[in-house]
Design a protein around this ligand. Structure first.
Ligand SMILES: *Cc1c(COP(=O)(O)O)cnc(C)c1O
Length: 413
């Protein structure tokens, strides 16, 4: 299933015209396809069926409650990286026993919150964090479950800002240090060794780095399984890449599973996965409207009402997002910079892109905007965060109101 397609030259989200959504809710507007979200979840889940993984949706990819709930209804858990994400997920109705908590900077308050609610496990990034978790749990007279995050030192072949499993990154512990950390954990009364965690990066388009990382931790897992009754989980993280560019080959769940499932089966542990982008990336678009077409001697700029405050990925990661007209007029294509209203030269959605000629008032859709767009959005330049809409077949519902000027100053004294 594709969430977005043209019907008689008009872009539709499932059975709803994107133009009508834009008229009703204004722009910029995030539009998500519920069917596509569910489809992605089920594809991954059935590809991995032989190891029956707990799929913990990575909330940071898109933290809207309706998106989280859509996956919870499919049986998902969540991967959170802050107290705020834990709060959102619990409010959306997740069972604490299906929550894993990652991140290098967990504060005492965040740890206590998660211990109090009884999450499945923390993925632990350092010895110091382990000590802190043990201390917090001890004060609360509880036991905290942990999985040490191992940094397997593999290159996933993605942008360096979203590479997390190489030895120079801030994430996890190398294998030798992880072994020592497990020995430390074994001596802690208020810590239970639950599993081992790896997450090597994001937007990874080959299954091989995942398999390589898993092979690097296989022996350690086997040892831990022998020595600790409580050691039950291998958490293989997220990172499955999606198609952003028309000529890009995505990593399919089938290819991913073909490489990983045989190894996972032999390991004999419960499998946890933490997909974010794969589940939501292509299930969302950002609709914006053309404000000005401005030309100078060198460039043709299409100035739209969405910018780096809504979609920061192009300037931050050199990311490519396809941009298409909502009404396809078959216009001729010319080299265009699509830019936003923000007062920064880095405020672009596309540079030097062959785009159909557009005029003031036309609607454009930034594709693949479901992951790491809304959730990375900001109010920079005091711009209002967009409204968000979820489409389900022929129906649509507003799942986040557009902000108002009052929202901007709400917390100021
Ligand atoms: C960000 C993150 C994920 C999700 O990554 P995707 O590339 O969106 O699948 C999973 N696990 C951890 C620990 C993360 O930090």
């Amino acid at each position: 299933m594709k969430g977005f397609h043209y019907v008689k030259k008009t872009l539709c989200a499932e059975g709803v015209s994107v133009r009508i959504l834009a008229e009703k809710h204004g722009t910029p507007l995030f539009v998500y396809s519920r069917g596509y979200l569910i489809n992605n979840f089920r594809n991954l889940s059935s590809a991995m069926a032989e190891v029956n993984p707990l799929i913990c949706y990575s909330v940071k990819a898109n933290s809207n409650a309706s998106v989280i709930k859509t996956f919870l209804r499919e049986g998902a858990g969540v991967d959170v990286v802050s107290g705020g994400e834990l709060y959102r997920a619990l409010r959306a109705g997740v069972k604490p026993s299906k929550v894993v908590f990652a991140g290098v900077g967990k504060t005492r308050d965040e740890i206590e919150y998660a211990v109090r609610r009884g999450i499945l496990f923390f993925t632990v990034e350092s010895e110091e964090e382990l000590v802190r978790i043990s201390d917090c749990a001890g004060r609360m007279r509880k036991k905290a479950r942990v999985a040490i995050r191992v940094n397997p030192d593999v290159d996933p072949g993605t942008h360096r800002y979203i590479t997390t499993g190489k030895k120079e990154s801030k994430f996890g512990l190398d294998i030798a240090r992880a072994e020592k950390a497990y020995k430390m954990a074994a001596r802690m009364k208020n810590v239970e060794i639950a599993g081992l965690h790896i997450h090597i990066g994001s937007q990874i388009l080959s299954g091989r780095p995942f398999a390589k990382a898993l092979k690097r931790v296989k022996n350690l897992c086997a040892d831990l399984k022998k020595t600790h009754k409580s050691f039950k989980y291998i958490d293989i993280g997220g990172g499955i890449g999606i198609q952003y560019q028309p000529d890009q080959e995505p990593l399919t769940p089938a290819e991913f599973a073909a490489l990983l499932v045989p190894v996972l089966k032999r390991m004999g542990l419960s499998v946890v996965m933490e997909p974010g982008r794969y589940l939501v990336g292509n299930a969302g678009i950002l609709v914006c409207s053309v404000q000005y077409v401005k030309k100078n001697h060198f460039r043709r700029f299409v100035v739209v009402d969405a910018g780096m405050n809504d979609v920061v990925r192009p300037p931050l990661y050199d990311a490519y997002h396809e941009i298409v007209p909502v009404i396809d007029r078959n216009a001729k294509k010319v080299a265009t910079d699509v830019v936003g209203p923000i007062c920064e030269t880095a405020d672009f959605l596309a540079l030097d892109r062959a785009m159909p000629v557009v005029r003031e008032g036309d609607l454009l859709a930034v594709m693949s905007a479901g992951a790491y767009c809304s959730s990375m959005g900001s109010n920079y330049n005091s711009r209002l965060r967009p409204a968000e809409v979820m489409v389900n077949g022929k129906r649509s519902s507003l799942i986040r109101k557009r902000e108002t000027f009052n929202d901007l100053i709400r917390n100021e004294m």
